[in-house]
Design a binder for this molecule. Structure first.
Ligand SMILES: CCCCCCCC(=O)SCCNC(=O)CCNC(=O)[C@H](O)C(C)(C)COP(=O)(O)OP(=O)(O)OC[C@H]1O[C@@H](n2cnc3c(N)ncnc32)[C@H](O)[C@@H]1OP(=O)(O)O
Length: 138
């Protein structure tokens, strides 16, 4: 949904490192519409969540979102270029506290905070096995 190339409904986010931060440019389009002309808040949260995922890759950590708090300060408009930036605020054992901004020029239209929890590979392989079992029992 966030960055993979194969999902036609995905955001195809392309992320680069900038020092300790990760940064992406993004334009929301009609697939992400909420109110007319405005990106759906869930679509904005999706790209921020994914951006945090890239931050964790850069740290060499496997982690998942435990909590994501969005603050929508102004409408995020379709067709407009936004700069998304994320950083690690603090690591506290398994918990990684992260923060992000969505900006157009010098205006911050949204900010976010999240708590990611480090997991091992089993978190993903067990979920995949359960989903496979559910599919084959249908
Ligand atoms: C390929 C591209 C991928 C991009 C991915 C983008 C990110 C995603 O979408 S991830 C998918 C969405 N997230 C999930 O599916 C996660 C589902 N949740 C889980 O599996 C579990 O709750 C999991 C693994 C996060 C934590 O489970 P568990 O190990 O039992 O955690 P638990 O002990 O309750 O909490 C862990 C720590 O977080 C703390 N914590 C829990 N909730 C919060 C919170 N809201 N705020 C702050 N701290 C919190 C707990 O106090 C605990 O702290 P400590 O270790 O100091 O005691």
């Amino acid at each position: 949904m966030g960055c993979g190339p194969d999902n036609p409904h995905g955001h195809h986010l392309q992320v680069r490192r900038d020092g300790q931060d990760v940064v992406a440019e993004h334009v929301f389009d009609e697939r992400h519409v909420g109110a007319p002309g405005i990106a759906h808040g869930g679509a904005v949260a999706t790209v921020i969540d994914d951006l945090f995922g890239f931050l964790l890759y850069g740290m060499g950590s496997l982690g998942v979102t435990r909590s994501l708090q969005m603050d929508y300060r102004a409408p995020v408009l379709l067709g407009r270029n936004y700069i998304l930036r994320a950083r690690l605020v603090e690591r506290d054992g398994r918990k990684m506290h992260t923060a992000a901004t969505v900006a157009h020029e010098t205006n911050f239209v949204a900010t976010a905070r999240a708590v990611f929890v480090a997991v091992d590979l089993g978190h993903f392989t067990e979920a995949l096995s359960s989903a496979d079992r559910d599919r084959s029992s249908r």
